[in-house]
Write a protein that binds this ligand. Structure first.
Ligand SMILES: [Zn+2]
Length: 376
């Protein structure tokens, strides 16, 4: 569960900013923040962008898609009842904790903003319909087992087809997607000296009579000290985005997954989508569910091991029969060919019995297997 006290930072000044780092497959949420300092001539501040929280790409989309319809209905009603009431403060901890527990950051930041009403919209943009549409689009493009006949195509190629076929799925169709991104230049090392420089605009005494008819093209005056400080700047460029609705955020995430040709699977244990990592095929995710000590993958492996241990009596009976038959073939009482035929059949039967025993263990199954093998 997300820590709602951390999340609280995000909602202090209206809607925060999101940006996607496609190279590192992360989504960050930032706020603009001010740092005050005293340089002996009075208080000054510098504005910079503060990263509050980071998520792996896909996480918030997958978490939203795993929310039950009842939860979405409840949230939709809650947003409707309280829409227009947000005054920049969170109402109470309990409600905030509940919204954080849904583990979809978009629901949280939209609820605590002036866009809260967009979570209460009925009909086509209701939360249930948004979930239905994104679930379908994600499966169509990124889940090989959903449309095995198109498994040779990349996610982007499948999305191209999707866009042609599903023109009325306007929340997930790229042709209808109005991107709300803007380039943002930031420095992670705020340089005080930059703020000390005289602005080359009408706020400067020198341009008091400036009427905006021409551009200002005077060079700035830079002292050696200022220049050496400015060299410490570490500027990065990002594209920030902000939406007043849920599907805008979900679309950024879905589209990034498609562009990266990410393949998703639904976890066999917690039934959430996940991105399988590593070269081994797995049907389980690495999440640790609330109340569990281990991840789904670990718990599933434990269960498989346990199932193997439980099948020990069957394996023991098989071993006994195998030794007996092997003794016969070495004593030339039966032919190699007969032994091979016996072991093929017996091992096949053994695996069949283990599978039956695994789902419904009983003494009768062991007894009938002993009988089959001719064990006493
Ligand atoms: Zn799982």
């Amino acid at each position: 569960m997300y820590n709602y006290k951390t999340l609280h930072k995000l909602i202090n000044n209206g809607l925060c900013y999101a940006y996607m780092d496609i190279n590192n497959s992360t989504i960050s949420l930032d706020i603009d923040t001010r740092k005050y300092y005293d340089n002996n001539s009075g208080f000054h501040y510098i504005e910079f962008s503060e990263n509050v929280i980071q998520f792996p790409l896909g996480e918030n989309l997958f978490n939203f898609l795993s929310l039950p319809d009842e939860t979405l209905c409840f949230l939709q009603n809650l947003s409707g009842e309280n829409s227009g009431q947000w005054d920049g403060l969170h109402e109470n901890d309990e409600e905030q904790e509940y919204l954080a527990s849904l583990e979809c950051i978009y629901l949280y930041i939209l609820y605590y903003s002036f866009c809260r009403y967009t979570l209460s919209l009925p009909y086509r943009t209701s939360l249930i319909n948004i979930k239905k549409e994104f679930d379908f689009a994600l499966n169509f493009c990124c889940n090989t087992s959903f449309l095995p006949e198109l498994s040779a195509l990349s996610a982007l190629e499948k999305y191209y087809i999707y866009n042609e076929l599903y023109n009325d799925n306007y929340l997930t169709n790229i042709k209808k997607f109005e991107r709300n991104g803007f380039v943002f230049l930031g420095s992670n090392t705020p340089v005080h000296e930059l703020n000390m420089l005289e602005r080359m605009d009408c706020s400067n005494e020198k341009y008091r009579h400036y009427n905006g008819q021409e551009p200002i093209i005077d060079k700035p005056a830079l002292s050696p000290k200022v220049i050496s400080e400015l060299k410490k700047l570490n500027v990065s460029t990002t594209v920030r985005y902000q939406y007043d609705n849920l599907h805008g955020y979900l679309m950024e995430e879905l589209y990034a997954l498609i562009q990266l040709n990410v393949q998703v699977k639904k976890c066999g244990r917690c039934h959430k989508y996940f991105i399988p990592k590593g070269k081994y095929a797995t049907e389980y995710c690495d999440r640790v569910l609330p109340g569990e000590k281990f991840s789904c993958k670990k718990l599933a492996a434990k269960q498989t091991r346990k199932a193997k241990v439980d099948s020990t009596p069957i394996l023991q009976e098989y071993q006994r029969a195998y030794k007996r038959m092997y003794a016969r073939v070495t004593a030339k009482k039966i032919s190699q060919k007969d032994f091979k035929e016996w072991s093929d059949n017996a091992s096949h039967e053994r695996d069949r019995i283990i599978a039956t025993y695994g789902s419904t263990p009983s003494i009768d199954i062991i007894a009938s297997f002993k009988n089959y093998l001719g064990n006493r």
